[in-house]
Structure formats: structure tokens, C-alpha cells
Ligand binder design. Structure first.
Ligand SMILES: C[S@@+](CC[C@H](N)C(=O)[O-])C[C@H]1O[C@@H](n2cnc3c(N)ncnc32)[C@H](O)[C@@H]1O
Length: 310
């Protein structure tokens, strides 16, 4: 989270900085928890695709800070492709959740034990090509589900981001194989303009005889599914989470009168190694290619347009 005019436009972005969350995503997990009591009796959690770490912050606060007596029983394992600044009580793994080696590392931390909850907020770098974005998102979800089948206790809960695209019923059917209850939810802090929703899968009950394996291609034959009809092709229950008094994430809220002199706050946690670092450095040294100095001061092939959004 940087310092930008987003402060003025996005209430959750602003609140996140004021309340010390590393990302506005924290509110999505908090609002899901309001409806599903996700942390009730929970001690061991895996946070997949966790960077920059606002969901892990929520876990750390709810399971450790707010319950100091059960602190020693808590295990939180957070995984992401990106490095993440440390958080109290959170074990970190830097890796790709679609790789077997990462799954083994996670499972290794749960030797002899099982997790009560697995959460996954995984999102690909969006290409803008909807089919590809949805496909990659679905693969992340299935990789998360595969890891979940190795570490989640019977009766446990799995929460994951899902894109409500055209194959959402296929994903739902896959999840229903493993969980007695699957609900698709849209927290108030998730923009209506976004295709993003979250599946809350409760009561983990794998089919009898199911052997977890990272080699299982869960989505191996979508064409077979497409031939299903009627009750076999299930209609997904959809739930809007959070009551109507919560802030609407698509609305712009004016600053309160006493905030007229509103000062943008620094990010709660600076990104460790953001991809736009080089561009910022070049810009600072006035070496970024522009229509006037392109080819003179810097030999980057980027146009000003390609960096202005960063
Ligand atoms: C929306 S962010 C997660 C935000 C996080 N829940 C929070 O509250 O701070 C999505 C994350 O998914 C991660 N990601 C995407 N593909 C991944 C993969 N294959 N393995 C691990 N992490 C991945 C990205 O690096 C990114 O940090």
C-alpha cells in the first residue's frame, strides 16, 4: 500500500492504513469471520498466498494477541511466492503453492498434526484476458484444495478466493466432493465491480477411500462435467456477507469535517522488493523514458504510459 489519491477514493484502503493492516484485504477476512465464526476453537492455520500479510495479521491478532492463554497451541504457516515482512507467531515459507515441493514444506510443518483452518487469498497477476485470469485463478484454488486435503482435519474449514466466472459451477462441484457445506460469499469490502468472491467450505469430509496426492489433477476432465445435466449440475448458493451498515467498497466517502487537512499515512508495511522499484529509482533520477527524453537519458523500452499506473 503506497501513498496515493486512493486514500481519498477507497474507504477500506484508508481504514487499513489507519488501523494498521498491511492491505485492505484484511477486512474481507474479518467480514467473512463475522458471518462464519471462522476462528472459533481454531489453533492451527495455513494462510496460502499470504503476502503482504494482512490475513496473517488478522490470524495473529485473533489467535495470539486476543487469546494469550492458548498462545503456545497456535501454529500459523503463511506461504507466498513473494517475500513477506515477519509477523509475530507466523511461520513463513516463500514458494509456489502449485509446486509439490512447497506443499511438502507446508505439510512438514504439520508433522503429526492437522490444521483446523486453511485460507487462500491467491490471485494471479491479472492479464486482463478474462479467460486466462479465471483459468489461473481456478488452478490456484485447486492447488490450495490439494494442499488442504493433506493438512486439514476432518470437520475443518477451507476459505478461498474464487472468480465467479463461467466455470464456477465446476469448481463448486469439485469442492462439494470434499466439504459438506460450500457457500460463495461476497464481503462488503470486496468491490462489486470485481469478479472476486470467496468460498467458505465447512465440515471437511473427503470421500471414503480418498488418498490425498499432489499429483491428483482435480480438474482433469472438464468436458465430462459439461455433459452433466439437471440436479448433477448444481446451482450455487450465493451470499452477500456483512450487514448493510458496513462501508460500501464501491462508493467514495468524503473526508469528515475534522479531516479536511487529511494527511496520507505511510504504508503499514512497505513492500520488500516491489516490481516497480527500478522504475521509481529511474524516475527519481529523471532517467525514465518519456516522449521528450526517450532514448537520451535511459535506454529502457518502457513508455511513460506503461509505468504511470504504478
Ligand atoms: C491478493 S494477494 C494476497 C493478499 C493477502 N491475503 C493479504 O491479506 O495481504 C495475492 C497473493 O497471491 C500470491 N500468489 C499468486 N500465485 C501464487 C502461487 N502460485 N503460489 C504462492 N503465492 C501466489 C501473490 O504473490 C500475492 O501475494
Amino acid at each position: 500500500m503506497g501513498r496515493s489519491s486512493k486514500d481519498k477514493r477507497d474507504i477500506y484502503y484508508r481504514l487499513a492504513k489507519e488501523e494498521g493492516w498491511r492491505a485492505r484485504s484484511a477486512y474481507k477476512l474479518l467480514q467473512l469471520n463475522d458471518d462464519f465464526n471462522l476462528f472459533n476453537g481454531v489453533n492451527r492455520v495455513v494462510d496460502l498466498c499470504a503476502a503482504p500479510g494482512s490475513w496473517s495479521q488478522v490470524l495473529s491478532r485473533k489467535l495470539i494477541e486476543e487469546r494469550p492463554n492458548s498462545k503456545d497451541m497456535v501454529k500459523i504457516v503463511a506461504v507466498d511466492l513473494q517475500a513477506m515482512a515477519p509477523l509475530p507467531g507466523v511461520i513463513q515459507i516463500q514458494g509456489d503453492i502449485t509446486k509439490i515441493s512447497t506443499a511438502h514444506q507446508i505439510i512438514g510443518h504439520f508433522e503429526g498434526e492437522v490444521a483446523d483452518l486453511v485460507i487462500c487469498d491467491g490471485a494471479p497477476d491479472v492479464t486482463g484476458l478474462h479467460d486466462i485470469d479465471e483459468y489461473i485463478q481456478a488452478q490456484l484454488l485447486l492447488a490450495a484444495l490439494n494442499i488442504t486435503t493433506h493438512v486439514l482435519k476432518r470437520g475443518g474449514t477451507f476459505v478461498a478466493k474464487i472468480f465467479r466466472g463461467k466455470d464456477v459451477d465446476l469448481l463448486y462441484a469439485q469442492l462439494k466432493v470434499f466439504f459438506l457445506s460450500v457457500t460463495i460469499c461476497k464481503p462488503r469490502s470486496s468491490r462489486n465491480s470485481s469478479i472476486e468472491s470467496f468460498v467458505v467450505c465447512q465440515n471437511y469430509s473427503p470421500p471414503s477411500g480418498y488418498m490425498p496426492s499432489m499429483l491428483n489433477p482435480l480438474l482433469s476432465n472438464p468436458s465430462q462435467f459439461k455433459s452433466l445435466e439437471g440436479a448433477n449440475r448444481v446451482i450455487i448458493p450465493f451470499m452477500a456477507c456483512g450487514d448493510l451498515s458496513a462501508y460500501d467498497s464501491d462508493q467514495t466517502y468524503p473526508l469528515a469535517a475534522e479531516q479536511k487537512q487529511y494527511k496520507s499515512l505511510l504504508p503499514t508495511q512497505e513492500p520488500i522488493n516491489p516490481p516497480y522499484k527500478t522504475a521509481c529509482l529511474l524516475k527519481k533520477n529523471n532517467s525514465l523514458a518519456s516522449s521528450e527524453n526517450s532514448g537520451k537519458k535511459c535506454n529502457m523500452s518502457h513508455s511513460t504510459n506503461s509505468t504511470s499506473g504504478q
